[in-house]
Design a protein around this ligand. Structure first.
Ligand SMILES: [Zn+2]
Length: 199
């Protein structure tokens, strides 16, 4: 199952395996609806410190273990503008080489008028999938783990995924794009489940 979150497209979006594991990495807890932290606006990363690198490593490990294809720092309760992603696809032999990516302080510089629809999911809204329409292409600027700034054009799954994750940094969830009826239904379901779990 693919979470965080898109199942559309070529159907082979299962995340890459976990060869990146090192003893220093740790899986962190992913927060889910209705946790209010998901609505926080995350702060920019001032400097790529050892702590930021460790967070990125942990987020990758957490994302692969979930499994998911994208994760924003706030999903592990860290309100920082940091995203991890791996959109590696299986080749014909069913082998997948991991292609971990880290985006620090990512921003969308421009968006296409052309739109595309993907079925999205989110590790913070488990087991829920809905189609969302977003700009088909975006140009993004971000900093890498070496502190270098890049600009890149994204399309297809990459475009959708980076928009979904940048939304997290602004406290926006994919269910916000659905009808009020659908959104309320999801919120209710997760609020009830959380109450039951707390009893
Ligand atoms: Zn998400």
């Amino acid at each position: 199952m693919v979470k965080d979150g898109l199942t559309g497209g070529e159907g082979a979006l299962t995340p890459a395996n976990q060869q990146l594991k090192s003893p220093a990495m740790a899986i962190r807890e992913i927060i889910t609806l209705p946790d209010k932290q998901l609505r926080l606006v995350s702060k920019p990363v001032d400097k790529v410190t050892a702590e930021v690198r460790k967070l990125a490593d942990d987020m990758l490990e957490t994302m692969y273990a979930a499994p998911g294809i994208g994760l924003a720092a706030i999903q592990v309760a860290q309100p920082l503008r940091l995203i991890t992603m791996d959109l590696a696809k299986r080749d014909e032999d069913g082998e997948t080489k991991p292609r971990p990516r880290v985006f620090i302080n990512p921003e969308i510089l421009s968006s296409s008028e052309e739109m595309s629809v993907y079925e999205e999911g989110c590790l913070s809204i488990p087991e829920y999938y809905e189609e969302v329409e977003r700009p088909a292409k975006v140009r993004v600027r971000f900093t890498d783990l070496d502190g270098k700034v890049h600009e890149e054009d994204a399309e297809g799954l990459f475009a959708t995924c980076i928009q979904h994750e940048i939304d997290h940094l602004n406290g926006v969830l994919f269910v916000d794009y659905l009808s009020k009826l659908k959104r309320d239904r999801v919120l209710k379901k997760f609020t009830k489940a959380a109450k039951r779990a707390a009893e």
